[in-house]
Design a protein around this ligand. Structure first.
Ligand code: SF4
Length: 468
């Protein structure tokens, strides 16, 4: 065990990944080094997720495994959303935790570790100061997370939306935007590090700047980013909130070469009554009109959304309306969750009446419908050439329509794929990780594409404004 080594497990969403990387930066600035081997670390940290039931179970399991393997002298810190929400409950379920750090004070990780290293602590040390929101985010650590030639920038944290099923506002507090100039500086740093892609994340990116006196803050931020880092091929936004994708935002996306025509807008349902019960924007006409406007402005737009099935009171008829909506809109990417009962949220009094097997059956029907839609959309790309960001080498059993020998295979993403949640492009041959290459699509699977390097084209010539 090395006295200045730490091991960090990051769970949950990309926003949590940024917090993990920022905590790691602060520890490294304090002379620590990261180790992948828990046994070698003096400090073990789990940045937990507390969003929904399955995520909580995973966080507890990882903590219990590390606690069971803990050696004398090692320190175990539980951080993140689960601890922010359930503090002492977590300790009850995981004996062996030495320190508890809430997600709102991730920047205090070095102080907490120093306290834990000083003297004996018969009881776990709690660091859950009563912070109304996520603290000032500028704690001497970049608020970014880098994976290869792609990076997330967290532009805000917390949320002020009233969604009945969601615990995020309970965990993180209201939405706090980060200063524009700091985000622009981080983007310059990432450009200088050779990033091809910068992904803007928050709980609700379309709410960016509301607390900075900005109108259409996200559109303004994107305009400035595109000017500051024109060399970055892909600027991508995730987590847009229905009702806040404005005409100005659409114009900026459509007219700016390096903003990818990709929008992730969780809708959660499509039946107005159900949306009202979820306390979500229920104006479905707005959704139709806005998607139509976006597709007119960006014919190659890739649309992603997320739905919840099995919310209390959901009838078969309401679920059918959701299926019909998905069949009609034809999303490129779709994620679905089964309703998770969340104590403390406004949906709590409704309980969890929809039986688990009914939720599962509805989830299955929705994903099967989307699988067919996704395959058709992928098939329409066969023969076209796309820019692909190379992310690694791999092997795949070609049980799809693929015509690729598994020997030399490269994995990458096109502008239609956000990391970790969308599909991949499987390319014949071995290509350098971090490169952007023109790939002619030769085959389609339900979620992934296959292809070969298009030697007749260059990435530049593939500027996304030109029809592929
Ligand atoms: S927009 Fe709604 S679902 Fe998303 S984080 Fe905020 S409260 Fe939760």
């Amino acid at each position: 065990m090395k006295t200045k080594a730490f091991h960090l497990v990051s769970l949950g969403c990309a926003k949590n990944t940024v917090d993990s990387d920022s905590m790691a930066q602060l520890l490294i600035n304090d002379g620590y080094h990261l180790t992948e081997t828990p046994a070698q670390a003096k400090v073990l940290i789990v940045n937990t997720c507390g969003f929904i039931g399955p995520a909580r179970e995973e966080s507890l399991r990882v903590l219990q495994e590390l606690a069971a393997e803990k050696r004398p002298g090692q320190i175990l810190v539980a951080a993140g959303c689960l601890t922010q929400r359930y503090g002492s409950e977590v300790v009850k379920q995981v004996p062996g935790i030495d320190g508890i750090l809430g997600t709102r004070r991730w920047m205090d990780i070095v102080d907490l570790v120093q306290r834990l290293r000083k003297g004996k602590h018969p009881e776990p040390v709690y660091h859950l100061p009563d912070a109304p929101t996520v603290g000032s985010d500028e704690a001497g650590a970049l608020r970014v997370s880098i994976q290869g030639a792609s990076a997330y920038i967290k532009i805000a944290d917390g949320c002020r939306r009233p969604c009945a099923f969601c615990a995020i506002p309970l965990i993180k507090g209201t939405a706090v935007s980060r200063p524009v100039n700091v985000i622009l500086d981080e983007a310059r740093t990432l450009r200088d590090m050779g990033m091809h892609e910068i992904i803007l994340i928050a709980q609700d990116t379309t709410d960016y700047g509301h607390d900075l006196g900005m109108k259409d803050g996200l559109a303004q931020l994107l305009e400035q980013l595109a000017k500051v880092v024109p060399e970055v091929d892909w600027l991508r936004i995730l987590y847009a909130y229905p009702g806040y994708v404005t005409d100005r935002l659409i114009d900026v996306m459509a007219s700016t070469p390096n903003i990818v025509p990709y929008l992730d807008m969780p809708l959660q349902h499509a039946h107005p009554e159900m949306l009202r019960r979820m306390r979500r924007p229920a104006n479905i006409d707005w959704v139709y009109k806005t998607l139509e406007k976006m597709r007119r402005a960006m014919p190659d737009l890739a649309l992603r959304t997320t739905f919840i099935v099995g919310y209390p009171g959901e009838t078969e008829q309401e679920f059918q309306v959701l299926l019909d909506f998905v069949r009609e809109v034809q999303f490129d990417r779709l994620g679905a969750f089964q309703f998770s009962f969340e104590p403390g949220t406004t949906s709590e009094p409704l309980g969890d009446p929809i039986p688990a097997d009914v939720k599962q059956e509805r989830w299955q029907r929705l994903m099967e419908l989307q699988q067919g839609i996704s395959l058709q959309k992928n098939q329409s790309l066969v023969g076209k050439t796309l820019s692909v960001l190379v992310e690694g080498q791999g092997r795949v059993e070609n049980n799809g329509a693929a015509s690729v020998s598994p020997e030399k295979l490269t994995l990458g993403r096109s502008y239609r794929d956000a990391p970790e949640i969308d599909g991949m492009v499987l390319i014949e041959g071995e290509l350098p990780v971090g490169e952007m290459v023109p790939v002619r699509i030769t085959g389609a699977m339900a979620y992934d594409l296959t292809g070969v390097v298009d030697t007749a084209r260059t990435v530049i010539s593939l500027d996304r404004r030109q029809a592929p």
